[in-house]
Ligand binder design. Structure first.
Ligand code: ZN
Ligand code: ZN
Length: 183
C-alpha cells in the first residue's frame, strides 16, 4: 500500500496519490492564492514531484507567470468540474503543491508549528488569526536567490491588522502541546 495520500476533484474525473507524506505545509495568503482558491488562503502540502501520480485521467493545466519570481506556475485542474488539484513550478521542478481540500482524508495531514510556514501574511485579510509559535513571513520564505528568510514567531495568536502579539526572543521556545490549525 502506498504511504501517500489520495485525493480527487469534485466530479471524480481526476484523482491522485501523493506517494509520500508532505515535505512541509505552506499556508499562503497571497492574492494569487486568494483568487485561485476563491477563499482567504491556500493550505498547500508540498510533496516530491517524483512520488506523485495522477491515478485517473489527467488534469488540464493553466500556466501563468509569477509576479514575484517571473517564473511559470502551472495550475492543474479538472476541466469537467473546475476543481483545482495541484500546482507545479518552473522554479522548483522537483516539487508539487496540493490543494489540501482535495484530499480524501483531510485529517491525514495537519499543519503543526514544526512542519508549516505561513507566507504572504502581508496580504492576508484583516482579522485573520494565526496560531502562536508558527513561522510567519511577510512574503516568501526564501529570496529569489534561494537565501532563507528569517521567520517571525509570536508568543500568542497573531491577528492580522490588530497586532498585539509579542515576538519570540531569539532561541525562546514555546512549551505546550503541538499546535494545530485553528478549526
Ligand atoms: Zn472533476
Ligand atoms: Zn500564494
Amino acid at each position: 500500500m502506498s504511504p501517500g495520500h489520495s485525493g480527487r476533484c469534485l466530479c471524480g474525473k481526476v484523482s491522485f496519490d501523493t506517494g509520500t507524506d508532505p515535505l512541509w505545509i505552506t499556508i499562503c495568503f497571497c492574492q494569487f492564492c486568494q483568487r485561485a482558491t476563491g477563499s482567504d488562503r491556500m493550505i498547500e502540502p508540498i510533496f516530491e514531484r517524483a512520488g506523485f501520480t495522477f491515478t485517473k485521467d489527467s488534469p488540464s493545466v493553466y500556466t501563468l507567470i509569477s509576479d514575484g519570481s517571473g517564473k511559470r506556475i502551472h495550475v492543474h485542474f479538472c476541466k469537467e468540474c473546475g476543481t483545482k488539484l495541484a500546482l507545479t513550478f518552473e522554479r522548483w521542478p522537483d516539487r508539487i503543491g496540493v490543494y489540501v481540500g482535495t484530499l480524501d482524508d483531510p485529517a491525514s495531514i495537519s499543519a503543526t508549528k514544526e512542519n508549516s510556514k505561513y507566507i504572504f501574511v502581508s496580504e492576508a485579510r484583516r482579522g485573520t488569526i494565526l496560531p502562536p509559535g508558527v513561522k510567519i513571513f511577510d512574503r516568501h520564505a526564501t529570496a529569489n536567490d534561494g537565501t532563507l528568510i528569517e521567520p517571525a514567531i509570536y508568543t500568542s495568536s497573531f491577528v492580522v491588522g490588530a497586532q498585539t502579539a509579542r515576538r519570540c526572543r531569539p532561541g525562546e521556545r514555546l512549551t505546550g502541546a503541538e499546535l494545530t490549525l485553528p478549526s
